[in-house]
Design a protein around this ligand. Sequence first.
Ligand SMILES: Nc1ncnc2c1ncn2[C@@H]1O[C@H](COP(=O)(O)OP(=O)(O)OP(=O)(O)O)[C@@H](O)[C@H]1O
Length: 537
Amino acid sequence: MSAISVEELLATSVALATERDIDRLAQQIVLLGCKLCTADGGAIYILDITKSHLEPKAVVWQGKPIAIDYATDVPLREHGQFNTQNIYSYVAFTGQQTYIDSAYQFAGFELTEVYQRDQLLKCKSETLLVMPLRDCNQQTLGVLELFKVRNGHSSSFREVEKVAQAFALQAAVALDNAMLMAMNRHLIQVLDASNRQLEAENKQLRLQRKSSQNYEIIGESEPMQQVYALMDKVLSSNVTVLLRGETGTGKEVFARAIHQHSDRNTQLFVTQNCAAVPEHLLESELFGYKKGSFTGAATDRKGLLDEAHRGTLFLDEIGDMPLNLQTKLLRVLQEGEVKPIGENKAHKVDVRIIAATHCNLEEKITKGEFREDLYYRLSVFPIALPPLRERKEDIPALINHFIKGYCQTYGRKVTQVSPAVMDILMRYNFPGNVRQLQNIIERAVLLCDKETVILPQHMPDQILLDNGAALEASDELPVYTQNELPLKEMVQQYEKKLLESHLRANNWNQTQTAKVLKMPRRTLVEKIQRYRIHNEV
Ligand SMILES: Nc1ncnc2c1ncn2[C@@H]1O[C@H](COP(=O)(O)OP(=O)(O)OP(=O)(O)O)[C@@H](O)[C@H]1O
């Protein structure tokens, strides 16, 4: 064996201690092992993560790494038994440093991998040394094999036993460190990935919470849930939204909510009703003007589109916008450009448009009153708001919301509506939708001087009339078309139905019903017994 210089030993130590990549380290180990023990070649096998196989990691021949494609994994167990036939798995299993001096005469182990490699390298292995690589807890990490080929003067590895052992120990420590680091890196990656996933999920959850709870819009009914789901989709984009719905369904409320929950919420939410002002005024409102561009234009004036720069412009009643302005608006949507009246050049604006309409735009297009191209630009993301009569389950929550608000405004102590009022309002069709309900409650709160409950007499006459008509039309009261009964009986039947209906509306509370019907409670009880009226609750 050629003597190893101190420098070479130091260089070996440094090389092993500094390499962190397992594949490169495995190659270094074999290269250095060959050099220290004057081997012609060598191979390293490392235990896989399931600790069931030894995987070939690097093979070196005459000082150079060669491809390891020929080598296959070596199982540690076969048929449930430890695979002690194979030299690598034997060493891995027993931890015994093993020497073979005449590979082709030796019958103690299967040396299939060795013979295969010899065929590939066109040589004949003569002496072999297979060493276990174990960590400080004596757990096997892999095995290192060194070999010398038959060349007439090859010597046994036994001569370098001590050097080989010391080297294997050092190599195992380096390998253990590198594996721990790789494991750490892997864990950090897994943690990072799961953190990113958690962050994304949290963001999504925050958005969902916003949608169902934080829009500050009253209504939990199914049709409203569908609207919230659509709103969620447009919050993080600048897409133009078209809100459609009857008057008073809350189009402005929803437009404001979209702005407030979007990235633009630090900038202005500007509104303009396109039906409320004449054409020339609407144009100067929206686009602004230059000083002197028309009589009365004493100074330059910014339009609302510029006011809403980086914010949102809500255009209510878009269906009533004059055709000339529709063309100008289309340019804003297509080019993001605004040209104030009297100005030669257009300038860029960054504004999100939310438009609203209660009218049938498709019909207006057919009549030539609305530009089809503008319609397509505006209705990139239409949201239809349901009329109140299609989400009556939201009426009680809206009533409470408005009662609270108006009690604060007017200093009243109203807490609720009577069951009869609730019944009347639940029956009503609300052509004016939420706005109409809001007005009804405002009026009722104002009418309640000392009362804490809103009663039928606080309802507008029209609502009571409509309610009476609805009651008559419903099955709850008998409608006689023929005089098949004497009048007295007809009146009695009518009285019975009327009492039933009021009792139901007052939640079968007899005192309350008697009060509403302005009759003594005792008389009501007598009639209930006489007509055999039964509480349905
Ligand atoms: N879901 C709701 N929760 C609480 N208040 C609402 C709701 N929807 C509407 N409102 C109230 O109803 C009134 C009418 O709403 P809004 O002005 O947004 O309706 P609109 O559809 O824009 O009406 P129009 O078509 O007449 O312009 C407002 O005072 C608003 O505060």
